[in-house]
Design a protein around this ligand. Structure first.
Ligand code: MN3
Length: 245
């Protein structure tokens, strides 16, 4: 069985809570409320990056990181809060609960809830080159058994990422049938009921053009090849171990 709680609640804007539940999310936003409704609304906040904007420079330039985090991710957070403020019944549920039934919800929840979840996860899955460690013995054994080798896994992951038409994500997912590589369009993810491959994501890469276009333009494959240099295997290992519990 897999667990669905993949991201620490604090990273998603919650505080002092073991889930992404609204009780924690009701804590003070990072910035003062700017509208009359914000004070009462349950709100998500943009998490800080766990490194400087230029920390991944070898693979991803600082300007891209700054816009991606400060503009794109921030917009998902703001739009998610707007969507939830319009529907208090939804605001009382965790992001994971919402994603598990996202096919029944307004598309704004799917796009912006997914956008917030995916980016919050994505930032933690990267680290400055040389600081991300390596796959744990347990994960490596599973990768070898499932894909043949680490290189074969990376090739399959890159194939899913380059093969995703338009905007989306590629994933390594812990499922009830073991490790699987998949891709999703837009801001969908493996926690959503609409996903073809469902489970707990333990590695993800953003293949929206906003993630790489300034440096790589249309060369998504080049972005992916250098991206492996900044994968934070230490976090992947932790997510993998938690998913198996
Ligand atoms: Mn993005």
């Amino acid at each position: 069985m897999y667990r669905t709680l993949a991201i620490a609640a604090a990273a998603l804007g919650a505080a002092a809570c073991t889930s992404m539940g609204p009780a924690a999310l009701a804590s003070e936003p990072a910035t003062p409320a700017t509208s009359e409704t914000a004070a009462a609304a349950l709100t998500y906040t943009l998490p800080d990056l766990p490194y400087a904007y230029d920390a991944l420079e070898g693979a991803i330039d600082a300007e891209t990181m700054k816009i991606h985090h400060g503009k794109h991710h921030a917009a998902y957070v703001n739009n998610l809060n707007t969507a939830l403020a319009a529907d208090p019944a939804l605001a009382s549920q965790t992001l994971e609960e919402l994603m598990a039934k996202v096919s029944t919800l307004p598309v704004s929840i799917r796009n912006n809830g997914g956008g917030h979840y995916n980016h919050t996860l994505f930032w933690t899955l990267m680290a400055p080159a040389g600081q991300g460690g390596a796959p744990s013995p347990e994960l490596l054994a599973d990768i070898d058994a499932t894909f043949g080798s680490l290189d074969a896994f990376k090739a399959e992951f890159n194939k899913a990422a380059t093969g995703q038409f338009g905007s989306g994500w590629a994933w390594l997912v812990v499922t009830d049938q073991g490790l699987k590589v998949s891709s999703t369009p837009n801001q969908d993810n493996p926690l959503m009921d609409v996903a073809a491959v469902k489970g707990t994501p333990v590695l993800a890469v953003d293949v929206w053009e906003h993630a790489y276009y300034l440096r790589y333009q249309n060369r998504r494959a080049d972005y992916l090849n250098t991206w492996w240099d900044v994968v934070n295997w230490n976090e992947v290992n932790a997510l993998y171990a938690a998913a198996l519990q």
